[in-house]
Write a protein that binds this ligand. Structure first.
Ligand code: PLP
Length: 396
């Protein structure tokens, strides 16, 4: 109780102990939580400068890139997204964006705010981009920048054929920005081999780290465009030519780095390196494969076919006769389990079940299959919960 009677009497922090299997955040590894409780040093302390170097090296490993320009941006995934788009798109530039999900729409909003002109390559929600449609759009609009979403968290779709898209873009001298927020550290992603110019991500999806410091990588060529802009980007905070002073050779003050979040992402990335990036991709496929088998085994349908199924975000069709929000409420109340409903064009049609980072473990997958089967059956859907559990166990 506060001694000052006018002070708010707020109790101790006791959030419920949830299992996070939604579209992010995912469960944080205990080692990451421990790293966050270590004492602060200054953001220019020689020991912190070393930590910054280590984070950059670990990020390059995880992105599969040699890009010198690889940093954690202070802020959530949307900050690294806006750093990418706001620096690369200059007033009057044209940016080609996709229409096949929620985050393509966010790319368009950011490009417009940067003074860019937006053109679209169309594909329905729940489908990937067709390389032929991308080629046609590139030929028609000759854009300066092309953005696509590698792992669309709103639809559970992974974009296949990435090298085909980047080759087509480069034939038009178009730079490519990839949204890898829900793929980095969970789904195969090869920035250099696939010739992606700029990739941004977030820490709270497949890296299982709290939000706060968000990965970004740019090729030398992309950085050249950024550093030769005629006018500075509209955001001072996210101006990469200024951030260069802090993350580049100089290490001069720009803003105070979120020290604790940098500790956190360092530990999260150390876990990636220990596991091995390819093993980590394989683990996500295996465990999400068991989850998918469980869904199909109880009689549910995945929204994406195998060819572009996204293991880190499983979009499952809502069966007839139940309300999706009600199902999610039962899971939260009875099982302390978080999954999400659909949004945008798929609102009411799908459940979104994450299988990311530290959340991608056999016990969580079994819990989701058993708990969802129970919730659906209790609300009157025609499902076979035992068949789901058996199919899931077969894969595990
Ligand atoms: C979560 C997400 C973002 C935005 O990240 P925030 O951390 O919520 O700002 C962007 N793109 C995709 C594909 C995402 O899943």
């Amino acid at each position: 109780m506060p001694t000052d009677s006018s002070a708010p009497d707020v109790g101790e922090l006791t959030p419920p102990n949830r299992t996070l299997m939604g579209p992010g955040p995912s469960d944080v590894h205990p080692r990451v939580l421990r790293a966050m409780s270590t004492p602060l040093v200054g953001h220019l302390d020689p020991s912190f400068v070393e930590i910054m170097d280590e984070v950059q090296e670990l990020l390059r490993y995880t992105f599969r890139t040699d890009n010198q320009w690889t940093i954690p941006v202070s802020g959530t995934g949307s900050a690294s997204m806006e750093a990418a788009i706001g620096n690369l798109v200059e007033p009057g530039d044209t940016m080609l964006v996709p229409t096949n999900g929620y985050f393509g729409g966010r790319m368009a909003s950011m490009a417009r705010r940067a003074g860019g002109e937006v053109v679209e390559v169309a594909a329905p929600w729940g489908k990937p981009l067709d390389p032929a449609a991308v080629s046609d759009a590139l030929a028609e609009h000759d854009p300066d920048v092309f953005g696509f979403v590698h792992a669309e968290t709103s639809t559970g779709v992974v974009q296949p054929n990435v090298p085909e898209l980047t080759t087509a873009a480069h034939d038009h001298d178009t730079l490519v920005i990839a949204d890898t927020v829900t793929s980095l550290g969970g789904v195969e992603l090869r920035v250099d081999e696939w010739d992606i110019d700029v990739a941004y991500s977030g820490p709270q999806k497949c890296l299982s780290c709290p939000p706060g410091a968000s990965p970004l990588t740019l090729s030398d060529q992309a950085m050249e465009k950024v550093l030769s802009r005629e006018e500075p980007p509209r955001s001072w905070y996210l101006d990469l030519s200024l951030l260069e002073g802090y993350w580049g050779e100089e290490r001069a003050y720009h803003h105070t780095a979120p020290i604790t979040n940098v500790y956190a992402i360092r530990e999260a990335l150390r876990l990636v390196a220990e596991e091995g990036i390819e093993n980590r991709w394989a683990r996500h496929r295996h465990l999400a494969g068991a989850l998918k088998a469980g869904m199909e085994g109880m009689g549910l349908e995945m929204n994406a076919p195998e060819a572009y199924w996204l293991p880190s975000l499983n979009a499952v069709r809502v069966p007839d006769g139940v309300d999706d929000s009600e199902v999610c409420e039962v899971l939260l109340e009875k099982y302390d389990l978080e999954i999400a409903t659909g949004l945008g064009d798929l609102a009411g049609e799908i459940f979104r079940i994450g299988c990311m980072g530290h959340s991608a473990r056999p016990e969580n997958v079994v819990l989701v299959v058993a708990a969802l089967g129970d919730a659906l059956e209790s609300l009157g859907a025609d499902v076979d919960p035992d068949g789901g559990v058996a199919a899931c166990r077969d894969v595990l």
